[in-house]
Design a protein around this ligand. Structure first.
Ligand SMILES: [Ca+2]
Ligand SMILES: [Ca+2]
Length: 399
């Protein structure tokens, strides 16, 4: 009782002090409210951004589905896929879909089959291609031997090759992977390539650009003449007697303009003058599909490498989950073995049993994979006939 009396007296004695206390409290409360609402706004804003990104992602996945559907439908109608002029070169125009009005959707489908396979290497073909790039025979031999030693399992040097002994003496030392590679970036480190394909400052030169756009690690088919690079066509003109003029006439159609309705394509060696069509193909099997969706400065991109499932020989992988199908491979009549050029190369066992078994095989992979399973295609997942060999999504940061 006395104490509250005392307090009243104290408060009553200092009204100005009380007023200041109240003001300070109000000021602090206002500050807290402001900072609360700022963080709420931030949360709301980031939720809205996330939702916008989800919208872009959804659209991108739809565009990927539509692209695959276009490829499937054209294959169904025409029997085979040969050339982007069949319609699959522009799947967005092929499949009229009402995209969200504020989103800009673009899709490119590039035929990977138009490139010369580097895994395994057709030594003669690569030799011819290097010749087309203006690289002399001796240097070509050195480049090819060095590449093969870089990826073969052993440490035995080919005539013009190099193994770990050579690379560990370099400064800085590098280690050859001794297994198939997946990226052209590796060539920077392989003996002899830096001098031919890279500038002194380490940047790739124009020759490397031609080499990169004309070669691939992702298929083993004959090179599709319908999507081959100018350098590859030049090689075919020189070594296989390809009539490039006749090819252009066919591809550009009667109006002589590429990209118009009347564009055609050779579907077999019956359609085009070529002396030797060894290793020359007319079909597309492996595609790199890139989807971009943009909306108000935001972008979402999907990129996939898909195989039409007509062969399992499209890609090799060293990943630990590479499919192991030892149970059903022994009774298959479709198994074929390919041997990479050179006596020291490992034999690649290619299992071509059914197109839909890989997804199951993936989940039953074991840790006991033998050396041959390194060379089997890694299938991320299967969509109808389409087998995804690579899949990347990326959402560049805003701004
Ligand atoms: Ca080696
Ligand atoms: Ca070797």
């Amino acid at each position: 009782m006395r104490r509250s009396m005392c307090r009243q007296i104290v408060w009553g004695a200092h009204p100005a002090y009380l007023l200041i206390m109240v003001l300070v409290f109000l000021f602090l409360a206002a500050g807290i409210t402001v900072s609360l609402s700022e963080s709420m706004l931030r949360n709301i804003r980031s939720a809205a951004t996330a939702s916008a990104r989800d919208d872009l992602r959804l659209t991108a996945f739809s565009a990927m589905e539509i692209s695959l559907a276009a490829l499937s439908e054209i294959k169904e109608l025409d029997g085979k896929l040969h050339s982007p002029s069949q319609g699959w070169g522009d799947p967005i125009s092929y499949s009229p879909v009402a995209w969200p009005a504020n989103q800009n959707v673009t899709v490119t489908i590039a035929d990977e089959t138009g490139r010369i396979p580097l895994n395994p290497v057709d030594r003669e073909r690569l030799q011819q291609f290097f010749d087309q790039l203006g690289i002399d025979y001796t240097t070509s031999e050195e480049l090819i031997d060095a590449y093969l030693d870089w990826i073969d399992e052993d440490d035995l040097e080919r005539l013009n090759g190099a193994e770990a002994d050579y690379y560990e003496r370099l400064s800085p030392p590098v280690t050859p992977p001794n297994q198939p590679i997946k990226s052209h970036d590796d060539f920077r480190y392989i003996k002899g390539y830096a001098e031919i394909f890279f500038n002194e400052d380490g940047s790739p030169n124009a020759l490397f650009k031609q080499f990169k756009e004309s070669t691939t690690f992702h298929h083993e088919y004959d090179v599709n003449i319908n999507s081959a690079s100018p350098a590859v066509l030049g090689m075919l003109e020189e070594n296989s007697g390809l009539d490039r003029r006749a090819l252009e006439d066919l591809q550009y159609g009667l109006d002589g303009i590429p990209g118009t309705e009347d564009d055609g394509w050779p579907a077999s060696s019956d359609d085009i003058t070529i002396n030797s069509d060894a290793a020359v193909g007319y079909e597309a099997h492996v595609f790199r599909i890139t989807v971009r969706v943009e909306q108000g400065g935001k972008q979402f991109q999907l990129s996939a490498l898909v195989d039409d499932g007509s062969s399992s020989s499209s890609s090799s992988s060293d990943s630990s989950d590479s499919s192991s199908s030892e149970d059903d491979s022994t009774d298959s009549t479709n198994d074929r073995s390919l041997s990479a050029t050179g006596g020291n190369s490992p034999s690649l066992s290619i299992n071509t049993t059914g197109s839909n078994t890989e997804s199951e095989a993936d989940s039953t992979s074991t840790g006991t994979s033998s050396s041959t399973s390194d060379s089997e295609a890694t299938v991320l997942y299967v969509n109808g006939d389409w087998r995804f060999l690579e899949f990347n999504e990326n959402r560049p940061e805003d701004g």
